[in-house]
Design a protein around this ligand. Structure first.
Ligand code: NAD
Length: 294
């Protein structure tokens, strides 16, 4: 079957371009969106993501502030920094890169962020608003998946979507977003996870299969219905001694084999990843707009 490639880089560029007018309108009112990214410790993947977020801000001329704290930072010191950022008029969006070191209570930190600056939308207030279908912000990765589907005219209404993974960051919000009423929603959603039985059978029922398990090449061709749409959220490092870095990034989907069955498929890298960054920029612009129209 000839498949259609879902190109996240192109759609992300469109999302970013569409922010230019909104940025101009904000600047005409003396407001330039500012994003503060906090990272604690030296998880190499976190530092890569943080750099990408900073660069995306700079490309748009937005203020970007990165706070890199040692892994020994106390919970109280981190909470003090969040308080300062909450009070900082130049900062409209705050995100704290997860995971945090084990001695810091992640929930406590997330709940300290002002919900109106919570551009990751992980605060329980924003999770609740998403669930009732009245969001301030949507979490960037699942919102990016939804935008990818809409931009490729992939109908979700009445479709059976199987989401693989139930994390608070991807799987759960993904399911919540797709079951809402309206464009890019109205789907019948199944959430499958590590305790699900007959996973291949469940996946084969999917009109749209979204993989967010964090296991390289987890989704094989025999788990995919002929003509299904496959979205790969996974970003996994696998050893690659031949490459300069010694590793390469792969998704959760066995792309080369699955593409033969899929009607449309997103690659990883180059699919959901760029969308995540673009949606984060959109959330930060929205956060700045909200300060002008409370
Ligand atoms: P996670 O580890 O928090 O959650 C993984 C989920 O997969 C869990 O709910 C678990 O139940 C499920 N799972 C694990 N093993 C399974 C199995 N054998 N069978 C069925 N389900 C299983 O991970 P996460 O934060 O949700 O991230 C998932 C993947 O998406 C990772 O590769 C991550 O790097 C990637 N990710 C990418 C982006 C992006 O911007 N592209 C953003 C966030 C996460």
């Amino acid at each position: 079957m000839s498949h259609r490639l879902i190109n996240g880089r192109d759609v992300a560029a469109q999302v970013t371009e569409a922010l230019e007018d909104r940025l101009q309108a904000l600047r005409a009112q003396d407001t330039n969106p500012g994003l503060a990214v906090v990272v604690v410790g030296d998880d190499p993947a976190s530092h890569v993501y943080v750099r990408m977020k900073g660069k995306a801000c700079e490309r748009l001329g937005m203020l970007s502030r990165t706070h890199i704290l040692p892994s020994t930072t106390s919970e109280d010191d981190l909470l003090d920094l969040i308080d300062a950022l909450n009070a900082d008029g130049e900062i409209h969006g705050i995100l704290c890169q997860l995971p945090l070191p084990p001695h810091i209570n992640e929930r406590k930190v997330i709940e300290r962020i002002d919900p109106r600056k919570d551009v990751d939308a992980f605060h329980p207030y924003n999770v609740g608003r998403m669930l009732i279908g009245d969001p301030l912000f949507l979490p960037a990765t699942p919102a990016g998946v939804q935008r990818l589907l809409i931009s490729h005219d992939i109908e979700t209404r009445g479709k059976h979507v199987v989401v693989l993974g139930r994390s608070n960051i991807v799987g759960k919000p993904m399911a919540s977003i797709l079951m809402q009423k309206g464009e890019g929603g109205d789907a019948t959603v199944t959430v499958a996870h590590s305790r699900s039985t007959d996973l291949p059978g469940l996946c084969r029922q999917a009109d749209i299969l979204i993989a967010a398990v964090g296991i390289p090449f987890f989704v094989k061709a025999d788990m995919v219905k002929e003509g299904a749409v496959v979205i790969d959220v996974g970003t996994n490092r696998v050893d690659d001694p031949g490459s300069e870095k010694g590793y390469r990034l792969v998704g959760d989907v066995d792309f080369d084999n699955v593409k033969e069955k899929a009607a449309a498929i997103s690659p990883s890298p180059g699919g959901v990843g760029p969308m995540t960054i673009a949606m984060l920029m959109e959330n930060t612009v929205k956060a700045a707009e909200m300060t002008l129209r409370p």
